[in-house]
Design a protein around this ligand. Structure first.
Ligand code: 1HN
Length: 361
């Protein structure tokens, strides 16, 4: 190799390193840095996430959730939530690299005051029934297994007029919005927003394969904001009669926006799947880290391969997370299983980034 004549190359490796270090320090004062020192950490051959596989057994944490109910009111807390913190990213309020999740408690008679923010939220009802959320002028009463959406920048408040505590999982695109520096939020001047539409109006208007003839698509989020479990379960039950099972997913459906056929929420994909009794899934991985909530039944997921392999035994109301590109297989040896899940898949797909692989490919 020919050396540039102007460069006085030191005779030892140490000398070379010192010369480069001096150069890095010098250009650093002009807000410059050498790419060649970091390139291989920036562009890695496949995802290597700080996100770790993790499992939360509901039975282990339910008392902690209820204790929060004795320590602080929903009103004081604004939202009384225990964050499901990924152990690989402590203190960062995230369950995956791009998504936040938590378990929210609302006790009988409480109200969580109205506010809005640019982050989109989903609620997946884990325990209880009969509490409501109000979104931009309409209330919906929530039951176990319902998937409820709070679109970006819509006023929302929650209340529990039932006689039981209610717990749901919140999923928000907080880290994604943080990465893009586009968080805006404000509080509504009163505790609850005024209602302008009857309860159930959105589902009646948009949720039956029909749309008002003049419906204009103005926002990227579904106009249906509660997808009741009774309907989801019925769809799974009817479809199972044809017996067409995916070897990795069993029977997996995605929640869609009826106005454009895309995911119900623009930044978070949401799914419900049935694993029939005896299901032994094949290995699957995808570039979207996925959060699962067990709706019915019990089973286990084998996560990772080789010496890193773990077995997550789960049952009703448990939550687990599979990071990007980690192979896993679901098993339902003893009974039918229903799993709700969510991920950032719609974002990755829109950007042409999403990948999946099956078996050992
Ligand atoms: C939020 O607004 C809710 O509305 C729940 O219930 C969790 C976490 C971070 C930021 C806003 C809610 C949240 C949140």
């Amino acid at each position: 190799m020919t050396q540039h004549p102007n460069i006085d190359r030191p005779k030892t490796d140490d000398g070379v390193m010192q010369q480069r270090k001096a150069y890095y320090d010098k250009i650093g004062t002009r807000k410059l840095a050498p790419l060649w020192e970091v390139l291989h950490g920036l562009v890695i051959p496949q995802p290597k996430s700080a996100c770790q596989p993790a499992l939360w057994h509901y039975a282990d944490i339910r008392d902690d959730i209820m204790e929060a109910g004795r320590l602080i009111t929903a009103k004081e807390a604004e939202r009384r939530v225990l964050i499901l913190e990924n152990p690989g990213m402590p203190g960062q309020s995230r369950i995956t690299t791009s998504l936040y999740a938590g378990l929210q408690l609302i006790l009988p008679g409480e109200v969580a005051p109205s506010h809005r923010h640019t982050q989109s939220a989903l609620r997946f009802i884990v325990e209880g029934g009969g509490a409501y959320t109000a979104v931009d002028g309409e209330k919906t009463i929530m039951q176990e297994g319902d998937f409820v959406i709070t679109p970006s920048w819509t006023w929302h408040d929650h209340g529990n007029d039932s006689d039981r505590p209610m717990v749901w999982m919140d999923g928000l695109d907080i880290p994604l919005v943080q990465a893009l520096d586009c968080s805006f939020s404000e509080k509504y001047p009163e505790e609850s927003q005024p209602l302008s539409r009857p309860t159930g109006d959105s589902l009646a208007r948009y949720g039956s394969g029909l749309l008002p003839i003049d419906h204009e698509v103005r926002v990227p989020t579904s106009p249906v904001f509660n997808y009741p479990y009774s309907r989801t379960r019925e769809a799974l039950d009817t479809m199972r009669r044809r017996d067409t099972w995916d070897p990795c997913h069993g029977l997996k459906l995605q929640y869609v926006n009826p106005a454009n056929g895309e995911s119900a929420m623009p930044t978070i994909g949401t799914y419900m799947q049935l694993l029939p009794k005896g299901f032994a899934g094949e290995s699957y991985r995808s570039s979207d880290a996925t959060v699962f909530s067990v709706v019915e039944g019990k089973g286990y997921t084998l996560v990772g391969e080789g010496s890193d392999a773990q077995r997550f035994d789960w049952g009703k109301r448990d939550t687990f997370v599979i990071p990007s590109w980690v192979p896993h297989r679901h098993h339902a040896p003893d009974e039918d299983v229903v799993l709700f899940s969510f991920s950032d898949r719609p974002v990755q797909k829109k950007l042409g980034l999403w990948r999946e692989s099956r078996g050992n490919r």
